[in-house]
Design a binder for this molecule. Structure first.
Ligand SMILES: Cc1ncc(COP(=O)(O)OP(=O)(O)O)c(N)n1
Ligand SMILES: Cc1nc(C(=O)O)sc1CCOP(=O)(O)O
Ligand SMILES: [Mg+2]
Length: 216
């Protein structure tokens, strides 16, 4: 939970779905050195386990050395083997209970809940560290089958203690209503990694937008 001067909503960076670790490492460092980031999710799609291991080994220390949690998408066993802080699982991935057994009670386990109150309550009651809702806006990063509305974040954050993450097409320009509705984290791919000024400028733009929306 936020304490003291921490912002009420924080940035949750998700990596591009394909990357070359040596080339991506300086971009990740640039992003994390530019401002406040709560966590990084390594989300590699269509990749071998060995490639994921290599990416974890190269990128995990960049996050953890800066006090930023490093979470692996989809692969609880690999997350455990490679020293990640946790895993994110979707509804078609390893079930929450199994992921928790693999990683233990101290790890972060987050669960995709699409636009569903029911899935979120199930995940929250089971012990998930956060629930993720989306997609809030059109995204070209993946084919999003569900559409979530800010009202879902308002409902969840007023009723529940478990933090909620908003994902899908989020930019510094459109994030205000999500912050005001109670999102604890904004999970972002394109608007940071494809920011015209580079990822550092992307993080700064989000930090400013979140601060402005929180102050309103
Ligand atoms: C923070 C966060 N929220 C949602 C997702 C999507 O997970 P999932 O539905 O399993 O889809 P893939 O990302 O695996 O394609 C996520 N990764 N992170
Ligand atoms: C990985 C992911 N999951 C989503 C969901 O709705 O569950 S949307 C999404 C892609 C997010 O990327 P961008 O910030 O570039 O839109
Ligand atoms: Mg998944």
């Amino acid at each position: 939970m936020p304490q003291g001067n921490e912002p009420t909503c924080r940035l949750y960076l998700v990596t591009p779905p394909a990357l070359e670790p040596a080339a991506f490492a300086p971009l990740l460092a640039e992003a994390l050195d530019a401002g406040d980031v709560a966590c990084v999710q390594l989300r590699l799609k269509d990749c071998s386990d060995d490639a994921i291991r290599r990416a974890c080994d190269a990128l995990r220390p960049i996050a953890q050395d800066r006090g930023v949690a490093f979470i692996l998408n989809d692969h609880p066993q690999l997350a455990r083997e490679t020293g990640c802080d946790g895993v994110h699982v979707g509804q078609k991935d390893t079930p929450y209970d199994q992921a928790r057994k693999i990683l233990g009670r101290d790890a972060i386990v987050g669960v995709t809940c699409h636009d569903s109150r029911h899935l979120a309550m199930e995940a929250g009651e089971a012990g998930a560290d956060y629930v993720a809702f989306g997609a809030f806006f059109p995204t070209s990063t993946k084919e999003a089958e569900y559409k979530a509305e800010p009202e879902l974040l308002r409902w969840w954050s007023e009723l529940m203690e478990v933090p909620c993450v908003a994902i899908g097409g989020i930019t510094p320009e459109n994030c205000g209503p999500l912050v005001k509705a109670g999102a604890d984290f904004l999970a972002v791919v394109s608007a940071v990694w494809h920011h015209p000024g580079g990822p550092g400028a992307g993080v700064k733009a989000f930090n400013t937008a979140i601060a402005e929306a929180s102050a309103d």
